[in-house]
Design a protein around this ligand. Sequence first.
Ligand SMILES: Nc1ncnc2c1ncn2[C@@H]1O[C@H](COP(=O)(O)OP(=O)(O)OP(=O)(O)O)[C@@H](O)[C@H]1O
Ligand SMILES: [Mg+2]
Length: 455
Amino acid sequence: MAKDKTVFFCTECGAEFSKWAGQCSACKAWNSIVEAPKERKKSAPSVPFRKNDPVPLGKISAEDEKRTETGMKELDRVLGGGIVAGSLVLASGDPGIGKSTLLLQMCRNLSERDIPVFYVSGEESLRQVKLRANRIGAFGDNMLFLAENDMDNIREHLMSIKPAVAVIDSIQTMVLPGLDSPAGSITQIKEITSFLLRLAKEEEITVFVVGHVTKEGSVAGPRMLEHMVDTVLYFEGDTTTPYRILRSVKNRFGSTNEIGVFSMERNGLIEVENPSAHMLSGMPEAEPGSIVAVTLEGTRPILVEVQALVCRTSFNFPRRTAQGTDTNRMNLMLAVLEKRLGLGLSGCDVYVNVAGGMKVTEPAIDMGIVLSVISGYANQTLPEKTAAFGEVGLIGEVRSVPQAALRVKEAAKLGYHTCIMPKCDADKLDKNTASGIRIIGVSNVRDLKKLLAES
Ligand SMILES: Nc1ncnc2c1ncn2[C@@H]1O[C@H](COP(=O)(O)OP(=O)(O)OP(=O)(O)O)[C@@H](O)[C@H]1O
Ligand SMILES: [Mg+2]
């Protein structure tokens, strides 16, 4: 490509340059500048700009934020209590995780309540969308579909239909014909997003945009896309298990602490109101190397089973694999156990797995990892119906974790008799929380070994 026909963009901040550089001079990010074809024609302003006058902040009514429930409690929770009129939401996730299914189900729920919705698919034909729709259930006449990639056509339809909610599936397949660059390029994504942003704000249409993710797990296209939208949702999960977790990594209208849990079934996504019970279904009764850990996802405590397989290695370097948790953290825990408890783990392969398909990276999972490894190594079971949580430090000390009382309550609710937790948190529990469940406060990993010997 001739030099004068290309331009260089920073994928972090969107700054434009005439030549490549290792570091963006605007945001100082390294290796973020990529080459993109220069746009020849500027597309005509698609949504007329409205002239606004400054107003005193105190005079703006708070009722301006209208929220519409989606009919899916888990989705509403992640959005911060429903859809905000005029917001732009980016929904992204791995291929085949269920992004289209989730948004289609949301559209069906909305259209059933006579809210006009418009679903544009650039990836699938109407027949394919219909096949998926058949899986989900019946749709009303308020829901309009369009299989189209041309943003000019979509713009015309959007302006004439003026739906309350529009879905663009996906932004990487849409093209503004006025631009020279291909679909999915930085220029296209940047222009289309700024058009959709204006459309959302000026016409009060809530726009959901589906975005693909790259191998590294970030949204394909400039990171700037995430800056431009109001909310960024990530749909994640292990495709080998039915569980899917919806998280918001950015939300201008709510907390990013909330998660939504779904299960992908034959007839679409089913909301999981009690994730702990689902995560533990099929768990074996008291086996060596298995423990229930209480983790916190946002404000929700979730019980998960942590399993460890510890066996003599037949390699020069012992193998260590962690699934559903951080491998580095697991390695750290193994080193702590080796040093502080004298376990001969250097001659063992260790495999740790958080069963159920959830990915837990919060430090409170440490206690689950440590207990499962000790139990797996010693081939001894832990007391039946025991749950555990706590952060383990490098000295072997067990440290406090947030929301200990909430975690204990969840364990008690699910019928657990014993809870192993940090001593400092256990001392602060009130009588009500601790009633009906035996609390074992530990201050060092050495206490855990004693505990195992007693069981
Ligand atoms: N009959 C079925 N029973 C159970 N699950 C199904 C069935 N049909 C499809 N699925 C699930 O739905 C997923 C596809 O969902 P969907 O098309 O919504 O994903 P997507 O995230 O939009 O994918 P893409 O990135 O390709 O657009 C499949 O990967 C599969 O897990
Ligand atoms: Mg899709």
